[in-house]
Design a binder for this molecule. Structure first.
Ligand SMILES: [Mg+2]
Length: 356
């Protein structure tokens, strides 16, 4: 038997294979309405509301670096990324189970700070940390959070359901997380250089980070858009499809299109790129638009609504209408600010953990 490196099939290829192996187990759960393939699994428990469940891993050296990530922020982010997946179902978060594997180098005080960050986020979102597990780790710090949420059945929103003519909408701004990460990675390189040379840490470098705080905040402390879910509820809006932007706009609109069997036309000029990300991109001689399209980790909501809801959506200043859903044959297209059309299906893909 020959062994295939995971990088050969990529993260999505791996998910496809393990989903196929797990598929027979689905018949054990008649209450399950959605299994693998959406932001959360969805199931009935007999009560009036539907339950949703999701889980997310944060791994040191893959998702975060302890040199540039305060523990309080890391705790808060580990809750927020799960709340974001619950919001993507148009649901409200209720309970979290938290498991951590801790290496020897991490002292009690740091673990306490991590949990303080989680509890701070939990109280902001109105959810309970109801259990978990702890272990030692022979390598890096690993945090796994599982979250349960609920929604009324008529409010449940899946990735499938977008219809030609629907408006494509996104909350907040994009590109900020990647911009913040770029600044932090540059900072980290400086810190390591100073450590190598046995130089004392130069506080002026940290002070210079002031001008980037907005973008760094987007990376270290993303906010799940529970406020948007409440805006939908208060205004009787049920999107036709929704996903949270974790891998980048291109990849995530791609998920909606594939699951809904539709195409989409996005207008570059309408994509809400964080202004600070544009100035950071200029400094790095990179392109903020490509950070928005394929950078990921912005944790905004991407959703579609019937075009009749234009006025209701436009009334919310924090939501941008960036395009429309088209017939499937039209594919996934972007019109740039000069009116040229670019095929997004073969341009920049989203973040994949297994391909370099
Ligand atoms: Mg998601």
């Amino acid at each position: 038997m020959s062994f295939k490196p995971i990088s050969e099939i990529g993260e999505f290829g791996l998910i496809e294979r393990v989903s196929a192996i797990a598929a027979p187990s689905l018949k054990n759960a008649p209450g399950l309405m959605e299994g693998i393939g959406d932001d959360c699994a969805v199931y009935r428990t007999g009560g009036p509301a539907l339950q949703v469940a999701t889980t997310d891993l944060l791994v040191e050296h893959v998702h975060f670096d302890l040199l540039t990530t305060p523990m309080h922020h890391l705790g808060s982010k580990s809750i927020s990324v799960n709340v974001s997946d619950v919001c993507a179902m148009n649901a409200e978060p209720r309970y979290a189970l938290v498991s951590i594997a801790v290496p020897r180098k991490v002292p009690v005080e740091m673990v306490e700070e991590l949990y303080r960050g989680m509890v701070h986020a939990a109280s902001r979102y109105g959810l309970a940390i109801a259990g978990g597990d702890t272990s030692s780790s022979p390598s890096g710090l690993t945090i796994s959070v599982t979250m349960i949420g609920e929604t009324a059945e008529h409010r449940l929103t899946l990735r499938k359901g977008a219809m030609p003519g629907d408006l494509v909408c996104v909350t907040g701004t994009l590109g900020g997380s990647t911009a913040g990460l770029k600044v932090l990675l540059r900072e980290r390189a400086t810190m390591i250089e100073q450590l190598r040379n046995n130089e004392p840490y130069n506080k002026d470098v940290m002070a210079e980070l002031q001008e980037y705080t907005g973008a760094i905040r987007h990376h270290l402390l993303p906010e799940a858009r529970l406020d948007t879910i409440r805006f939908f509820r208060d205004n009787d809006i049920v999107p036709t499809s929704m996903i949270d932007i974790s891998d980048g706009l291109t990849s995530d609109i791609g998920h909606i299109c594939r699951r809904s069997g539709v195409g989409a036309l996005i207008e570059e000029g309408r994509i809400p790129v964080l202004p600070e990300a544009r100035s950071i991109a200029e400094e790095f001689q990179e392109d903020a638009l490509s950070w928005a399209l394929s950078g990921g980790e912005d944790y905004q909501l991407l959703f579609t609504v019937p075009k009749g809801l234009y006025d209701d959506i436009a009334a919310n200043r924090d939501i941008s209408i960036i395009g429309r859903i088209t017939e499937p044959e039209e594919g996934l297209l972007l019109t740039d600010i000069y009116g040229m059309t670019i095929d997004l299906a073969d341009s920049g893909k989203g973040f994949d953990h297994f391909t370099p």
